[in-house]
Write a protein that binds this ligand. Structure first.
Ligand code: MG
Ligand code: MG
Length: 266
């Protein structure tokens, strides 16, 4: 049935942790190479090579006919930005979303990077979006409902005047990249699907500095903000284990790399 949620055993969750880790390490490799002047297409090649070296397959390549390994959403691009040969510039932000398939299970997560120095208001957008992800994750516990996750993300980010994208949402994750349920970044406390042991979700706030309204470009993929102001996106893979959230992916490798380079860590 289309709406069926596939709850995972602890063994499956351990396998999924490996898939998530491939993505975490891929993003860290990209963090190393991320400098003004590099192109998203160059990053895409690096990512594909690294994922295959780990014995995994790129999770997005070919999915719904998507043409690349990573998704690179620059500045006003919210998500689904196709890598191009336009070099990244000082002051840009780039959300890199990456998927990997290993041992039959997907990992899928994302981090928004600063390219060189960025404006203080953009830095705040990154900080708030990342924090909202963790506030959402905190709500993933036995007895809570999906709406508690969305409410936590929405109430925090809207308190800064930011717009929460409605058209795109997080999702269940497992043998398929996109499983039930949908995980909106907005919602009402105590509403929606009950959260149960073995649920694995990709939680992924997409937060706009200005209006929440978005437009899809004519390439059929790229989603941009309607007011062209920047947007940020952070994503983790999270399992409900022993009644609490367990984050399967990690930003640790990315942030160690950024610190070593002296780059911004939000
Ligand atoms: Mg993703
Ligand atoms: Mg996702």
């Amino acid at each position: 049935m289309f709406n069926m949620i596939h709850y995972k055993s602890k063994e499956e969750i351990e396998i999924m942790r490996e898939s998530a880790l491939v993505v975490s390490k891929t993003l860290a490799i990209l963090a190393e190479h991320l400098e003004p002047g590099i192109t998203p297409l160059q990053l895409d090649k690096i990512a594909e090579e690294y994922i295959r070296d780990q014995g995994a397959e790129p999770g997005f390549l070919g999915l719904y006919d998507y043409p690349n390994t990573i998704i690179t959403s620059v500045n006003e691009q919210v998500v689904h930005g196709i890598p191009t040969d336009r070099p990244l510039e000082e002051g840009d932000i780039v959300g890199i979303d990456c998927g990997a398939l290993m041992n039959g299970y997907y990992g899928d997560h994302a981090y928004t990077f600063a390219v060189g120095e960025i404006a203080p208001e953009v830095k705040q957008l990154l900080e708030v979006t990342k924090k909202s992800l963790y506030l959402g994750i905190e709500q993933m516990r036995a007895g809570n409902r999906l709406g508690d996750i969305g409410y936590a993300i929405q109430s925090y980010t809207e308190s800064f005047g930011y717009g929460v994208v409605r058209e795109l949402v997080g999702h269940g994750l497992g043998k398929k990249m996109h499983e039930s349920p949908e995980v909106p970044n907005y919602g009402k406390r105590g509403r929606g699907q009950l959260l149960k042991e073995g649920l694995v979700l990709a939680i992924e706030p997409m937060i706009n500095m200005g209006t929440r309204r978005v437009i899809q470009l004519s390439d059929g993929w790229t989603i941009v903000t309607a007011d062209k102001r920047p947007s940020a996106h952070f994503e983790h893979d999270v399992a409900l284990v022993d009644g609490k959230a367990e984050i399967l992916s990690t930003f640790d490798f990315i942030e160690e790399t950024l610190k070593k380079k002296g780059a911004l860590v939000v």
